[in-house]
Design a protein around this ligand. Structure first.
Ligand SMILES: CC(C)(COP(=O)(O)OP(=O)(O)OC[C@H]1O[C@@H](n2cnc3c(N)ncnc32)[C@H](O)[C@@H]1OP(=O)(O)O)[C@@H](O)C(=O)NCCC(=O)NCCS
Length: 187
């Protein structure tokens, strides 16, 4: 379920079919799709955008932690998407790990929105009990790698573990605070 979240500047909420024009605009852009998958995917019609939103909402409805958020300014202006979802292993396609990702409209790059939105999603993920979240980027996607580093993620180098592709792999583990045994506690 895509649970509403909030930061100082941003509101994260589920997409609705009313957002189809933004989804089409965002995902029809070569500069947004360039490093996503094979780079050739495009959402070209309102119908395709509505189908994408419906599929997202159906996919995440049953899970209390995962989601695909529309990231908006306080005045409702839409800026991009944040996602927290299972990541397919290379080869088997088994989904054992959880990845975080971000897709923002170029009109809203360079303002710290992706990092700010990702931070609250990571807080939500760890508060809900996840131990580890990964991110993968195309090796050439320096802006996305910079987001990972700003978030304090550890760069594990080039990896072919996921998506049957060579990606730069980053991970963040849950903060130790409040976890494990406190001093003097019996095990
Ligand atoms: C990846 C992507 C989200 C990065 O966007 P971004 O705007 O560089 O990242 P942020 O939103 O975190 O913004 C950080 C920038 O805002 C600047 N900034 C400006 N005002 C700021 C503020 N108030 N607070 C924080 N940062 C601010 C930062 O200095 C930084 O700029 P710099 O990169 O020149 O140092 C964006 O390029 C994108 O959507 N690409 C297409 C989709 C994509 O490839 N996704 C990743 C797939 S792995």
């Amino acid at each position: 379920m895509t649970r509403p979240l909030k930061t100082a500047r941003l509101i994260l909420r589920p997409y609705s079919v009313d957002d189809a024009a933004f989804v089409q605009d965002l995902y029809s852009r070569a500069d947004v799709q360039r490093y996503l998958g094979d780079g050739a995917q495009r959402v070209r019609t309102p119908e395709a955008a509505r189908a994408k939103i419906a599929a997202w909402n159906e996919r995440y409805v049953a899970d209390p932690v995962q989601g695909l958020w529309a990231v908006c300014l306080a005045d409702g202006t839409m800026t991009g998407s944040l996602l927290l979802k299972p990541i397919p292993d290379s080869g088997t396609k088994a989904e054992r790990d959880i990845e975080i990702g971000w897709h923002f409209h170029p009109d809203h790059w360079g303002r710290g929105y992706a990092t700010e939105a990702a931070r609250v999603v990571l807080e939500h993920a760890f508060a809900a009990g996840l131990d580890r979240v990964v991110a993968v980027t195309n090796p050439a996607n320096k802006p996305s790698q910079a987001v990972c580093l700003r978030l304090g993620m550890t760069h594990l180098g080039l990896s072919e573990a996921y998506y049957d592709a060579a990606c730069e792999l980053f991970e963040l583990t849950a903060p130790a605070v409040g976890k494990g045994h406190s001093r003097g506690e019996q095990s």
